[in-house]
Design a protein around this ligand. Structure first.
Ligand code: ZN
Length: 133
């Protein structure tokens, strides 16, 4: 794994949260995107070399809606940048981690992504992401 690519924060209202984080970070988001397959609206803020992703549910069945229902708003996942997501998935599976998807799927921000079950990672949902070139 190369570096932390971004930190994902689950929010109830993305418009209100975009304004809040723009105030906090001193700049607006640089990208917003709806990921229909995941049931989320996302926005990305750049902070130096790091990114913060805000996620809002678009449906009641969205994992983000369920997360907020259980835990409230807050840090939802940490994403790590990888060069070869398929190889990294195989390595982690072999190490005994539970992958939430068996194949990489298309995520926000032009990435292939895979999530690891938080039960095996001390309660933290981990996202692997590889830039689509
Ligand atoms: Zn993410």
């Amino acid at each position: 794994m190369n570096k932390i690519e971004h930190i994902g924060i689950a929010v109830k209202n993305i418009a209100e949260s975009n304004a809040l984080f723009a105030k906090l970070l001193g700049k607006p988001y640089y990208k917003s995107e709806r990921v229909e397959s995941e049931g989320v609206n996302t926005s990305f803020f750049m902070v130096g070399n790091n990114k913060v992703e805000l996620l809002e549910a678009t449906t009641a069945n969205s994992p983000i809606a369920k997360f907020i229902e259980k835990k409230g708003e807050g840090i939802h996942h940490i994403a790590f940048d990888v060069d070869d997501i398929v190889a990294e998935m195989a390595r982690l599976k072999n190490e005994g981690f539970t992958l939430l998807n068996e194949r990489p799927k298309k995520g926000a921000d032009n990435k292939l992504v895979c999530f690891l079950h938080p039960k095996g990672t001390k309660g933290v949902l981990i996202e692997l992401c590889q830039e689509i070139k």
